[in-house]
Design a protein around this ligand. Structure first.
Ligand code: C2G
Length: 447
């Protein structure tokens, strides 16, 4: 008798899961399915699992393919199970290709092709919404999205679009999703879109996605003009759509903990915020060659201005930009100074000058410090007058951290607004306004 084993969360059981189980069963005579426990999903960083373990087991049972169902409780259990149940074949979807090659020492390993398109009919049968998301723009940023979205339950990356069809096809092949050549059929297959195209194309893509009734998660900087941000938010709200600016720091748990502590009064009244983020960029990349929209501020300004807007608000009295420019006129290093009625702030960003990336928040009773990479906050300290008195805080930050914003975006689509405060619409407008002021000061504003 040939024994097969497979594992999964099987949350909101859908067509992809069903087809996987069907083919897994066909590989042998007896199929064991390991369903992940809640604690294990938490440990491996899977977010937003909706169904309880009991429901997920019941849904797998109802498919009729499993001869036996077990619970997967920890990392490392797979090898033990293979030995314990005398398994011949371990199988899992091809989105995991390579990951489980280590199992080849114990049994045969088969990666079954992932189901690319989850049809809306199947979703209706389940009577639960799984959001189908499509990616616009298939460059470097988009590469990080697919593996992170896979760790958010209730959302499936369905396809991608890029006017450069070859780039879209390469991307789609790599991630086993569908490449769409025509934007209308792309929109037709999606509930939501993730925009990861060059900055200056965001506005037009957001507008057309909203006009097609799609929710939008857009990479920072969402747009480069305050009026455009206002117009798009107004349209989204009027049509009950979510428009969400993807600044990953705003949604990561550590950064939110840091803001909470900063505002708790333990460092007194906050008077100064100094923040820096530099990333030496390849001089041939778009960031340092696009003379109109490139440079350090459009690239990194959203990150460095975020803690300042969160802690001091949007009503600065004055804002100033000091810039070191490269030969082509683009800002290699930019310092933004903002003054407020009760505080001062400096935000530094750079693509061609390296500095120490840190976030420092100074108050009347003490200060807080988060070292690089503070924009993926996992650790920070609180200091006081007595240098020996230091409080240390840490928080988990998993992978690239995009899963947190994806999970919050999904919650908002599903009608839960409890994450809205993490980056408000008016903060997004204020960020667009800063980009606009800067481009104007640099003589790069659009006519
Ligand atoms: N799957 C698929 N097509 C999809 C979605 C999922 O073939 N469109 C497959 C996955 O590759 C996996 C199974 O369905 O083999 C279950 O998927 P999930 O519930 O998302 O579980 P996963 O996180 O992939 O867990 O220890 C757990 C395992 O590592 C897999």
């Amino acid at each position: 008798m040939k024994k097969v084993i497979t594992y999964g969360t099987f949350d909101l059981l859908h067509e992809g899961h069903y087809r996987l189980l069907e083919r897994a069963k066909a590989l042998g005579d007896y199929l064991i399915v390991g369903v992940t426990s809640e604690a294990y999903d938490k440990a491996r960083g899977k977010l937003n699992v909706i169904d309880s373990l009991a429901t997920r087991i019941e849904n797998v049972r109802k498919t009729g393919f499993a001869d036996e169902i077990i619970v997967e409780e920890s990392h490392g259990q797979k090898v033990q199970d293979v030995k314990k149940y005398k398994i011949d074949i371990f199988t899992v979807g091809s989105d995991w290709t390579g990951t489980f090659d280590y199992m080849k020492d114990y049994c045969q390993v088969v990666y079954l092709e992932r189901t690319k398109n989850i049809s809306s009919t199947m979703l209706r049968v389940q009577n639960k919404r799984i959001q189908r998301i499509g990616i616009i723009g298939t460059g470097r940023i988009a590469e990080r999205f697919v593996p992170e979205a896979k760790l958010v339950s209730g959302i499936t990356t369905q396809g991608c679009y890029n006017p450069h069809v070859e780039s879209a096809k390469r991307f789609a092949e790599r991630w086993e999703i569908e490449a769409y050549e025509d934007i209308e059929s792309f929109y037709g297959a999606m509930d939501a879109v993730y925009i990861a195209s060059p900055h200056e194309t965001h506005y037009a893509y957001i507008k057309s996605a909203l006009e097609h009734g799609k929710h939008v998660l857009c990479e920072k900087p969402m747009v480069l003009k305050a009026a455009q941000a206002e117009e798009l938010f107004r349209y989204a709200r009027a049509h009950e759509l979510i428009l969400f600016e993807g600044i990953k720091t705003a949604y990561c748990p550590g950064f939110n903990k840091l803001l909470g502590v900063a505002c708790s009064g333990i460092i007194g009244s906050i008077r100064n915020v100094e923040v820096c983020f530099t990333k030496l960029e390849n001089p041939d990349n778009r960031e340092l060659t696009d003379r109109k929209y490139g440079g350090s501020l459009t690239e990194l300004g959203s990150y460095v201005m975020l803690p300042i807007l969160k802690l001091f608000g949007e009503n600065y009295e004055e804002i100033r930009f000091d810039v070191i420019r490269g030969e082509n006129g683009l800002d290699l290093f930019t310092k933004i100074s903002a003054s407020y009625a009760n505080g001062i702030a400096t935000a530094t960003c750079g693509l061609g000058v390296k500095s120490e990336g840190r976030l420092l928040i100074a108050g009347t009773k003490g200060y807080m410090i988060a070292e690089a990479p503070w924009w993926k906050t996992s650790y920070f300290e609180v200091h006081y007058e007595n240098p020996l008195e230091v409080e240390k805080y840490s928080e988990r930050f998993l992978g690239e951290g995009l899963r947190y914003e994806i999970s919050d975006f999904l919650s908002m689509i599903n009608g839960r607004n409890s994450s809205e405060f993490k980056l408000t619409r008016s903060e997004s407008v204020a960020l667009a306004d800063i980009m606009e002021k800067f481009l104007k000061a640099e003589g790069r504003a659009e006519k």
